[in-house]
Design a protein around this ligand. Sequence first.
Ligand SMILES: NC(=O)c1ccc[n+]([C@@H]2O[C@H](COP(=O)([O-])OP(=O)(O)OC[C@H]3O[C@@H](n4cnc5c(N)ncnc54)[C@H](O)[C@@H]3O)[C@@H](O)[C@H]2O)c1
Ligand SMILES: O=C(O)C(=O)C[C@]1(C(=O)O)C=C[C@@H](O)C=C1
Length: 372
Amino acid sequence: MVEPAKLAVLIRGTGLLGASIGLGLRKAGHQVQLSDPSPTAQRIAQDIGAGTIWQPEQGTDPDLIIIAAPPEVTAAEVADALLRFPGGVVLDIASVKAAILTDLVNMTADNAAPLTREHLTRYVGTHPMAGREQSGPVAARGELFTSMPWVICPHQDSAAAAVQAAVNLAQTLGASVHRMDAVKHDESVALISHLPQVAASLVASRLQDAEAGALALSGNGLRDVTRIAASDPNLWVQILSANSRPLVEILHGLREDVERLISTLEDPAAPGGQADIAQLIAEGNAGVARVPGKHGAPPQSFSVVTVIVDDRPGQISAVLNDVGKVGVNVEDLRMEHSAGHQVGMLEVSVLPGRRDELAQALTEMGWKVVLH
Ligand SMILES: NC(=O)c1ccc[n+]([C@@H]2O[C@H](COP(=O)([O-])OP(=O)(O)OC[C@H]3O[C@@H](n4cnc5c(N)ncnc54)[C@H](O)[C@@H]3O)[C@@H](O)[C@H]2O)c1
Ligand SMILES: O=C(O)C(=O)C[C@]1(C(=O)O)C=C[C@@H](O)C=C1
């Protein structure tokens, strides 16, 4: 759903997330202004079309202020925006929610403090479950949020209009809305976001001293498991520190499993050893089968049609153009480069019932198609 009225939006923090939101909101016709303590981040965000640099002395106050800054400064920026723009709804998008809400509530505790509970009625914490392992506005994408979950965490004082503004933002950017309180959010993301980040970093850190010959053999398994190990250490120090309690509980369970595996593998032929290894892999099968598909739909397995393309500009769009002509919807897309060869493998995921039809049509159009 798109907000009926066009909004004046101020985005404070114009890195990966802030600039991506700006791009999406501009596309939907909203007026977006940008502000960041880094003049470079501001200018790049403006140059890529995410909005125009905010001129405080000119124009009217924004209707909606989105704080897209690092978690450690988010509460202070929310408070500043609530005080500075008395008519605006203020949202933040930081990856942790309870610590920020607690900081804000604490700021209202002193009767002489400028921030009051009344101000907090215009604040709602949110968290788009979409991102990239890169940071900064150069990596921004307006479509980052399409079909991805966006968590809205109303607190006890949130006004209905502020919650609705958060819902409208998520839906305007194509995301699916999930409501939960800040504590439940933090427990949930400890498992589905913070644990994967730690696991990827731990696995990738084993590679630091690996021999070049071993690394040359790297295939999809390693790439799938380590992509997010390239994430920004500065951001993740803040996220993991602010959500350490639920994460530590999960890591204790992980440590037990790792210790069990180590002792089994020390003598895999010992009685029960093989069953133990099989059980570990089967438990992983059961877990991965529960990861939902787009829009939180039940897990769905797609069929993959692999098209071998020359590694040169225009090939991917040519394949996609032909897939469009066949009338088959692309559910997912992935490009693999074959080490040392001038070809790439474009993996097009489609509904299982459309696989053979697409493979045949693309073959007839002259593409080299591989079915697995
Ligand atoms: N990266 C992700 O995948 C992801 C996904 C969802 C949510 N988030 C959250 O979004 C927020 C921004 O993350 P990002 O990935 O865009 O980081 P980023 O490093 O790309 O951008 C952060 C920007 O905030 C600016 N900034 C620093 N101090 C500020 C302040 N006091 N006020 C305003 N801006 C300030 C920085 O100059 C920088 O341009 C974080 O709170 C993060 O937890 C990140
Ligand atoms: O896909 C990525 O690269 C991400 O970093 C995404 C991801 C996630 O874990 O899903 C990472 C942290 C954010 O708080 C939200 C999204």
